[in-house]
Design a protein around this ligand. Structure first.
Ligand SMILES: *[C@@H]1O[C@H](CO)[C@@H](O)[C@H](O)[C@H]1NC(C)=O
Ligand SMILES: *[C@@H]1O[C@H](CO)[C@@H](O)[C@H](O)[C@H]1NC(C)=O
Ligand SMILES: *[C@@H]1O[C@H](CO)[C@@H](O)[C@H](O)[C@H]1NC(C)=O
Ligand SMILES: *[C@@H]1O[C@H](CO)[C@@H](O)[C@H](O)[C@H]1NC(C)=O
Ligand SMILES: *[C@@H]1O[C@H](CO)[C@@H](O)[C@H](O)[C@H]1NC(C)=O
Ligand SMILES: *[C@@H]1O[C@H](CO)[C@@H](O)[C@H](O)[C@H]1NC(C)=O
Ligand SMILES: *[C@@H]1O[C@H](CO)[C@@H](O)[C@H](O)[C@H]1NC(C)=O
Ligand SMILES: *[C@@H]1O[C@H](CO)[C@@H](O)[C@H](O)[C@H]1NC(C)=O
Length: 538
């Protein structure tokens, strides 16, 4: 196992004999915080997740030698939140907080495990409740819990975990980082907005930043395609055919026909080519009828208010290949549980009663102040850096929502004379789904050791196997920017022939800094990153 081998940062501050027991940890805690447990684990141990943890029940395997800590912290209105902290014996002097997903409540020990392999002291908060990622019932009539989930738990856990870390090693932390995707991406941007001092560098993937609008949209977009008996309903098999047609029309624009769409905005997609002719059977899966084209239109256009302002930006073309929010008989609970429990309409609320006024209610309540505001000037001014990314076939959090955030942030910062490139860079990832993975028919280079990605390759994976450097590893790119002032213009994504064995590389390709796009040079080995160039297309 490679730990503390961040190649250009070989600083080691580890104190193998630091005390690891509840009394020692308790002594480092502020008032209102108490130790749940603290004990040592030898090298290559398994951390067994406490039984009642529903959010992240998977054990963390093959860990380096470390001190495993859990702490409970008093929050507002009698509520508490907890966090887990891994303190590796071979410490790299740095702190890393990892993020959560969906509505999940729980400590993500697996993500912490990926962090300690670099030598970080790694923390994950439970956000103040125990639940799976699609269960929002804990929020009902408990605004204090929503506030913990929205921002209090991440900030408070970070502050307390940092003080434990400094006390444990009897040293100040050199740099503090954050890494999360989805809700984790939102938590990262929220930290930059509200608590700019917490982190020097923030990795925020596929950020679910517009909670107050995205959650209602999640119900709305599903209702475009329901009920399943409607003549406008598009079945999963039909979406697969739509996907084939989208690939046919939209893939060539990046210079190579390879089933990976890099330039969906450069595609003038004509859905009419899918129209059923006179020979079609009553529910022919090979083609679409007129009313179904309306459904496609709704899905591929932003959700807009009557006055034509955008309520929520929609999917990129290509996302229909894995239509996670569009199939099934009812909308995803990430939409309906939000309306029932975060907006307070209660368990009896029927999703068929959805109406656009719920968006106004959601804005008025702004549950837990979870939605991120565009003014990140405080974070810029303290010298913080942000790296963001978004999979271009993300079927859960529409890809468009990150360019939307970025462009609104530009509008906010430009008048203040702030050059966004100097602190916030983001990368679209062609052919990647939600936070990790690709479709089998695409085999897109999606891997760059982003948050939650290592565990998708295997349980003891460190960095980007075979390419442990700042060009291929997003967290190392972040460190190089913060610590050496080397800002990344692109990353290189990797696809292994077999993700499980991850020995042989199938293809690598540059992931370009928005709004640049990768273009094939037309001659070289298309599977080599060097055959592609990031170009300004607009
Ligand atoms: C680490 O533990 C695994 C079992 O989880 C075992 O198969 C492997 O041999 C161990 N490796 C070392 C280096 O001890
Ligand atoms: C906090 O909890 C205690 C004991 O459960 C209860 O007596 C008290 O009323 C609660 N306070 C608030 C503000 O909810
Ligand atoms: C969640 O469950 C864990 C494990 O049982 C427990 O320690 C913690 O207090 C629970 N958290 C909340 C907020 O109820
Ligand atoms: C940590 O930093 C503070 C402020 O810079 C300094 O006063 C203190 O001595 C440092 N502590 C250690 C253990 O180095
Ligand atoms: C309809 O089916 C008939 C008989 O199989 C075939 O000759 C004809 O070309 C088909 N028409 C279309 C528009 O596909
Ligand atoms: C059409 O779809 C319905 C509902 O899925 C199914 O019951 C029926 O068998 C299908 N009809 C044909 C001709 O495929
Ligand atoms: C447009 O309508 C939305 C939803 O009713 C509202 O929130 C927004 O403030 C309106 N914008 C303008 C510019 O009137
Ligand atoms: C990848 O490798 C694993 C382990 O050798 C094997 O079980 C699996 O079938 C392979 N997957 C593919 C798609 O070849």
């Amino acid at each position: 196992m490679k730990q503390s081998t961040v190649l250009s940062f070989p600083v080691l501050f580890g104190l193998a004999n630091a005390e690891c027991d509840p009394n020692t940890i308790q002594a480092a805690l502020p008032k209102g915080a108490s130790v749940n447990f603290a004990y040592s684990l030898a090298a290559n141990s398994t951390f067994e997740v406490p039984k009642s943890s529903t959010g992240y029940p998977t054990n963390a395997f093959n860990l380096p030698a470390l001190c495993a800590v859990s702490v409970q912290v008093q929050s507002i209105a009698n509520s508490t939140y907890g966090f887990g902290l891994f303190l590796p014996n071979d410490w790299n002097g740095r702190f890393l907080a990892v993020g959560n997903g969906g509505f999940a409540g729980g400590v993500d020990y697996v993500a912490m495990g990926a962090g300690v392999r670099y030598g970080f002291a790694a923390m994950s908060t439970d956000t103040g409740h125990n639940s799976s990622s699609v269960d929002g019932s804990w929020a009902y009539q408990h605004p204090e819990r929503v506030e913990n989930w929205g921002h209090l738990a991440m900030h408070g856990s970070t502050v307390v975990a940092k003080s434990i870390t400094a006390a444990h090693y009897s040293r100040n932390i050199t740099y503090s980082y954050y890494s999360g995707c989805s809700t984790g991406g939102r938590q990262g941007l929220k930290e930059a907005e509200r608590y700019p001092e917490d982190f020097d560098g923030i990795v925020a993937g596929a950020p679910a930043w517009w909670t107050s609008h995205m959650q209602p949209w999640t119900a709305r977009v599903a209702l475009y395609n329901l009920p399943t008996t409607a003549e406008y309903h598009i079945s999963a098999a039909q979406f697969d055919n739509v996907n084939t047609e989208v690939l046919k029309q939209c893939d060539p624009q990046d210079g190579l026909v390879d089933n990976i769409i890099s330039d969906p905005k450069g595609c003038n997609f004509r859905a009419e080519t899918l129209l059923c002719g006179s020979n079609a059977t009553s529910n022919d899966t090979r083609c679409l009828k007129g009313p179904q084209l309306n459904t496609l239109y709704n899905i591929y256009n932003d959700y807009v208010a009557e006055n034509n302002t955008i309520i929520f930006p929609t999917f990129y073309l290509g996302s229909e290949g894995q239509p996670a929010l569009l199939t099934g008989n009812v909308p995803n609970p990430l939409g309906s549980d939000y309306i029932k429990y975060f907006l307070g309409l209660g368990p009896k609320w029927n999703v068929n009663d959805y109406n656009d006024e719920l968006v106004a209610l959601s804005d008025a309540i702004s549950p837990g102040d979870a939605t991120v505001r565009f003014d990140l000037s405080g974070y810029h001014n303290r010298g913080g850096k942000i790296l963001s990314y978004h999979g271009m076939i993300d079927p859960l959090i529409p890809t468009s929502s990150t360019p939307f955030f970025y462009n609104r942030m530009l509008r906010t910062l430009a008048p203040k004379g702030i050059d966004a490139d100097s602190f916030f860079r983001f990368f679209l990832v062609p052919g990647m789904g939600h936070c990790s993975g690709t479709q089998p028919k695409m085999n897109a280079p999606w891997y760059f050791a982003g948050p939650s990605q290592p565990s998708a390759l295997g349980r003891s994976v460190y960095s980007v196997p075979g390419f442990e450097n700042k060009e291929h590893d997003l967290l190392m790119a972040m460190m190089a920017w913060v610590e050496d002032g080397k800002a990344p213009d692109y990353l290189i994504g990797t696809k292994y022939v077999n993700d499980t064995t991850h020995t042989e590389v199938l293809r690598q390709r540059p992931l370009c800094m928005y709004p640049k796009q990768a273009k094939y040079n037309g001659a070289g080995n298309a599977n080599a990153a060097s055959s592609w160039e990031c170009k300004d297309l607009y």
